[in-house]
Ligand binder design. Structure first.
Ligand code: BDR
Ligand code: CA
Length: 311
């Protein structure tokens, strides 16, 4: 078997961020080297505490640090209607063991340090892109050392937080613009594909039967599913963020299309929209591989197998 893909995860847990962390912890094809939390689904204090609890519950003993507590320019608008007041409502995760608390470093420093040597680590981002943009602003040479960013954000089609925009990009569009214009190769898991990663009742029950972590994953999806039913009328919740890690484990699950993607930062109705040049009409070179199709049954087999390995 080839060496695992080493990843730094930048997250805002978040139910689907938790599923992404569980998948990464459980699958031998990836190795998490460090985790930074960012404000997004909830305040930084909450997302950092959640990231730490989720990582430790999944057996990850790597550094977890708190990063940026607000977007670069705008005020924060969190998502309690989807993820609850804690940002991770539903099952109670245990407190981390003594000595395994948050790393004292700033999350942006931890992220930067993960890329001290070129090409060794892949960046996975499943929250707003504030930490990533701040790292690039502080140290522009990072562009040469981050070989690839696999991110959850944006949409070729409709948005979810506004008709035009997806939550992670809308939360900090100025940061997203910096990242999409950075020149770093980007794989974009937008709503077009993440809405195919639906946790059907069969998938949730398979997780519930898959051990200690699987049971908690299912309980998270019970809460998340009720939110998606109430807010969007979805029959089953999409586990957006887990698509990033699944792609690194098994790229053939996804169909990607190269595109030029720009982030709208001005329009009062369109702030945070990822403007995706599907037909190449702008003549701009592609800056992202955008995922369009998912093999959902194979995705869920991967999820359940990986999470079952965590016991
Ligand atoms: C994204 O927003 C958050 O609510 C989820 O964690 C995911 O990263 C989906 O739009
Ligand atoms: Ca997220």
């Amino acid at each position: 078997m080839s060496a695992p893909v080493r990843i730094h995860m930048d997250v805002d847990p978040g139910h689907d961020d938790a599923l992404a962390l569980f998948l990464a912890a459980g699958h031998p094809a990836v190795e998490v080297v460090s985790v930074s939390a960012v404000a997004g689904n909830q305040s930084l204090a909450k997302t950092a505490a959640n990231a730490l609890r989720v990582a430790r519950f999944a057996g990850l003993r790597v550094p977890v640090a708190a990063g940026m507590d607000r977007p670069l320019v705008r005020e924060a608008v969190h998502a309690p209607e989807i993820h609850g007041e804690s940002g991770l409502d539903g099952p109670a995760l245990p407190d981390p063991e003594p000595g395994l608390g948050l790393d004292p470093r700033h999350g942006v420093d931890l992220l930067t340090e993960a890329f001290s040597r070129p090409g060794e680590v892949t960046l996975v981002a499943t929250g707003p892109l504030t930490n990533v943009a701040m790292a690039l602003l502080r140290d522009p040479s990072l562009v040469q050392r981050i070989p690839r960013i696999v991110l959850m954000g944006g949409s070729v089609g409709l948005g979810n937080v506004t008709p035009a925009a997806e939550f992670n990009i809308f939360f900090d569009a100025e940061a997203a613009r910096i990242v999409f214009r950075s020149g770093i190769p980007i794989v974009m898991m937008g709503l077009d594909v993440t809405h195919q990663a639906l946790a059907t009742p069969e998938a949730v029950e398979a997780l519930r039967a898959a051990g200690r972590v699987g049971r908690v994953a299912a309980e998270l999806l019970d809460f998340f599913g009720a939110s998606y039913q109430r807010v969007f009328g979805f029959p089953a919740p999409p586990v957006h963020d887990a698509c990033t890690v699944a792609y690194l484990i098994e790229p053939s699950l996804f169909t990607l299309r190269p595109m030029a993607v720009e982030v709208e930062c001005l329009g009062p109705l369109t702030y945070g929209r990822t403007v995706c040049d599907v037909h190449g009409v702008t003549g701009r070179p592609p800056n992202a591989e955008v995922a369009m199709q998912l093999d959902a049954p194979a995705f869920w087999r991967l999820m359940v197998e990986a999470i079952a390995r965590l016991g």
